[in-house]
Design a protein around this ligand. Structure first.
Ligand code: HEC
Ligand code: HEC
Length: 400
């Protein structure tokens, strides 16, 4: 308990940087004027709007530099859009359009349909301005592009939004690769990533090693974000991505990464507190009824806490020791290359709530199933688990 120094209090405002212990025991003394306050419902609601719809002015990049507006206008019919994992928010569509889609009366092989869906604001994570001649004049992206999906209640790819769920169907590399502004070498890298993966460092270090898109839910109380714990709160990474990846008009600097981007006015920073409040309000989804065997899961818990030694790192209600420590690369049976490109060069124990929801596993998606994960630990750590024990452990993981 002595080493909780990386922590900021639950629901903390951006400016708060006092320890959890200090916040609980000594607040407001130790935390000064910015004592932790629970975000108001209004702040969370405003964060939701930002998460879903704010581009931070990144149209400058996606339109003026990549010309994605023209690419989509001319070449991307809905069938292509669904194939690269774009999702449609059914709740945004007028009833007549929804009925036409369900009746098969909408041409899913015409880019004009994509333009219509964009005009209606129904493409999750993509924001477009469409003029009266149905030309896309401006196009930008939002956080929801990668960190939301839909429940497919109307058709595959069309449904109600599920914010915080990683869109593992999305192929960001294939989408970016459509841009005419890239060199052949760049295009080859983008096309190599595949669905559900993105490399948020390639444009700085030129190395190619994407990670899976992680969930943005289940992060409340975890004061260490990204696979490598680069930041102490969600807002650190939100600012990184908004400025350096989405190319929003804002500032980000981290001397550990040698990055110092200053843009004025800053249309990212003022939105970070609400954006963070919204993400921290997103609970990990409970496992669907009947999706695991409760008796086997109870046996699996014994292995998780005992012979498997899992809970030495996946500890507490969020199943991570992230608030206490990061781990040496040699402790974890995954490839180190990505971590070596980050600020900490260490691994943060991944939180496991909702882990049933987002295969493949590990930062690089190198374990297709939870059984693959268990097998990896079993051989790397010499756990000598029987097949039955492994199966029980998997059932327990499915129950989290
Ligand atoms: C192009 C896809 C993409 C977009 C757009 C994107 N992210 Fe991410 N996000 C990622 C990837 C990939 C990672 C994993 C990087 C890592 O951990 O090193 C990540 C990591 C995160 C994490 C860390 C999760 C954890 O377990 O610590 C959070 C939170 C997050 N993103 C929120 C956001 C928000 C908010 C926005 C909008 C400002 C955003 N992301 C935009 C792809 C994206
Ligand atoms: C030494 C600390 C440590 C131990 C022990 C440990 N883990 Fe992990 N676990 C981690 C870290 C760190 C990661 C992230 C590694 C990566 O993504 O490359 C992780 C990732 C995972 C993931 C993937 C999560 C995701 O979102 O993709 C699962 C599942 C998991 N561990 C389960 C277990 C099980 C089951 C055990 C016991 C057999 C175990 N872990 C033991 C630290 C540990």
């Amino acid at each position: 308990m002595a080493t909780i120094s990386r922590a900021a209090p639950i629901g903390a405002r951006l400016a708060v940087r006092c320890g959890f212990v200090a916040a609980v025991i000594l607040a407001p003394l130790a935390c000064g004027e910015s004592s932790p306050t629970r975000p108001s419902p209004q702040e969370i609601a405003s964060g939701k709007q930002i998460f879903r719809f704010d581009t931070y002015g990144d149209e400058k990049f996606w339109t003026d530099t990549l010309h994605m507006n023209t690419v989509i206008q001319n070449n991307v019919d809905p069938t292509t859009a669904f194939a690269v994992g774009l999702k449609v928010d059914a709740d945004t569509l007028p009833a007549a359009v929804l009925q036409a889609i369900q009746a098969g009366q909408v041409d899913l092989h015409s880019p004009a349909t994509t333009v219509l869906l964009l005009k209606l604001g129904a493409v999750v994570g993509v924001k477009a301005t469409v003029d009266s001649n149905n030309n896309i004049t401006r196009l930008g992206i939002t956080c929801a592009l990668c960190h939301s999906t839909v429940d497919n209640r109307i058709a595959p790819g069309i449904g109600s939004r599920l914010d915080g769920w990683p869109n593992r169907d999305l192929n960001p590399g294939a989408i970016i690769a459509l841009s005419p502004a890239l060199s052949a070498a760049q295009r080859a890298v983008y096309n190599s990533w595949g669905a559900g993966k993105y490399d948020p460092r390639f444009n700085f270090d030129g190395q190619n090693g994407p990670t899976v898109i992680p969930p943005a839910y289940g992060l409340a109380g975890i004061h260490s974000v990204t696979f490598t714990g680069d930041g102490q709160q969600v807002a650190y990474w939100n600012q990184y991505v908004a400025v350096t990846q989405m190319h929003g008009l804002g500032s980000f600097s981290d001397p550990r990464l040698g990055i110092n981007i200053v843009q004025s006015p800053d249309s990212v920073a003022p939105k970070l507190p609400a954006l963070q409040a919204y993400q921290l309000s997103l609970a990990a989804p409970a496992p669907p009824a009947g999706s695991f065997d409760a008796t086997a899961a109870a046996r699996g818990k014994q292995i998780f806490d005992g012979q498997g030694k899992c809970s030495t790192c996946h500890a507490g209600p969020t199943f991570t020791d992230a608030n206490e420590r990061l781990h040496q690369l040699s402790e974890i049976p995954t490839d180190s290359a990505y971590a070596l490109r980050t600020a900490t060069k260490m691994w943060r124990t991944s939180p496991l709530r909702g882990v049933w929801q987002h295969p493949p596993y590990f930062h690089d998606g190198s374990a297709a199933t939870l059984l693959d994960v268990v097998n990896r630990y079993d051989s790397a750590k010499g756990l000598s688990l029987s097949d039955q024990q492994k199966a029980d452990l998997v059932q327990y993981l499915l129950s989290l």
